[in-house]
Write a protein that binds this ligand. Structure first.
Ligand code: NAD
Length: 363
């Protein structure tokens, strides 16, 4: 009997084959899940007139938990990102991206264990933009000049960077609650407050205030400038524990961290709100590998372990993680990306489903 009902959004590109590998592993671990499949993305545009049909959102709202494969965002034309819309519609304000070393992944370091907590709803990703030459851009340029706030060239496109007290409070509180619940010892707030005084400056001020609320909770708090963070992450990745960042820096820094632990193929993620949580890998739909049974499903499978922990299935999550570690550590049944990182050649690599079979064999 299924103990949980979870919305499954297979996505497009490599998404369907990765989610198939993931559901096979989760089922083999003995967790009873009923997958409520909900399609989203370019392929459903014709049928529903939108890449994110209302019934998909309803399914996630009803089940409270979803796991998805990546979804392609057409560049330049077409719809805005389904991934961003999903996060916004469901107010999934916290993006959690753990980065930890897996022996045998071919990564440059073997002692990384950190967590990125990225604010998911505002900052430059709020989607408030004015096209070059538009009425809105012209009026904004006039307003800025009239305020004496600066001069913007007429031929500029403009994107706004709002950062609010409320949304900073809730993401920093999320980071502290996560740190306490998971035995983490330090939180670093990452910003560029020395230059962006009113957006990042607010983020830093509010983060410090929230840290005061948690004084005595056994979690150290510090702050770091984003560019220095990037350099020190590469030089000393073992220094870091939990990093809390505004949206844009969180996006960029989590890809740096994915690279430090062995690449996008093994970097899992979760988008969490008050009501719902949607789990997904950090990587995109890698269209050139779609349907070829070559992509690495580790990030999707590790996203499922985050989901299982969220559902209280901690033992199964640990068992899957240990099986992934065993297969990658052994190195004989790994996908092309890991093989190439370790040996410099893709020779001897296995496909997506054969890799999943090897994990199932270790459970
Ligand atoms: P991508 O992550 O899809 O791929 C970049 C490269 O990383 C690939 O060419 C491949 O070499 C490697 N890679 C990624 N995932 C891999 C895996 N599982 N196994 C092995 N190698 C892997 O990034 P992109 O090419 O910039 O984006 C492609 C599409 O995905 C775009 O439309 C983008 O908008 C979308 N996207 C979606 C999400 C999401 O659904 N959350 C996230 C990022 C990008």
């Amino acid at each position: 009997m299924a103990q949980h009902t979870v919305t499954l959004i297979p996505g497009d590109g490599i998404g369907p084959e990765l989610t198939r590998a993931m559901t096979r592993v989760v089922e083999a671990a003995g967790v009873g899940i009923e997958w409520e499949v909900a399609e989203a993305g370019a392929d459903v545009m014709d049928k529903y007139g939108t890449p994110l049909p209302e019934h998909v959102l309803e399914s996630v709202r009803r089940n409270k938990v979803a796991i998805k494969g990546p979804i392609t965002t057409p560049v330049g034309t077409g719809f805005r990102s389904v991934n961003v819309a999903l996060r916004r519609e469901l107010d999934l304000y916290a993006c959690l991206r753990p980065a930890f070393s897996i022996r045998g992944s071919g990564a440059r370091y073997d002692d990384i264990d950190l967590v990125i907590v990225r604010e998911n709803t505002e900052d430059l990703y709020a989607g408030i933009e004015f096209a070059e030459g538009s009425d809105g851009a012209k009026r904004l340029i006039e307003f800025v000049a009239a305020e004496g706030a600066g001069t913007i060239r007429q031929d500029s496109g403009i994107s706004l960077k709002p950062i609010s007290i409320m949304r900073t409070q809730r993401i920093v509180r999320f980071a502290f609650d996560y740190a306490i619940a998971n035995g983490r010892k330090k939180i670093t707030a990452v910003h560029k407050a020395n230059i962006l005084k009113h957006s990042d400056g607010l983020f830093l001020r509010v983060a410090r205030e929230v840290a005061e609320e948690y004084a005595g909770a056994g979690v150290e708090f510090e702050d770091y400038i984003v560019d220095a963070t990037c350099m020190q992450l590469v030089l000393h990745p073992e220094w870091w524990d939990v990093l809390v960042l505004p949206n844009l820096y969180g996006d960029i820094v989590s890809d740096i961290c994915a690279g430090l632990v062995g690449g996008l193929g093994i970097a899992p993620g979760a988008n969490i709100g008050e009501e719902c949580a949607v789990f997904e890998p950090v990587h995109g739909s890698a269209p050139k590998y779609a349907g070829k049974d070559v992509a690495n499903p580790t990030a999707e499978i590790l996203s499922a372990t985050l989901m299982l922990k969220h559902l209280g299935e901690t033992e199964a999550a640990e068992r899957i993680l240990n099986a992934v570690r065993a297969v990658i550590g052994e190195g004989t049944h790994v996908t092309y990306d890991i093989k190439r990182s370790v040996t410099g050649s893709t020779e001897g690599s296995v496909g997506t489903q054969a890799y999943a079979d090897a994990i199932i064999g270790q459970l």
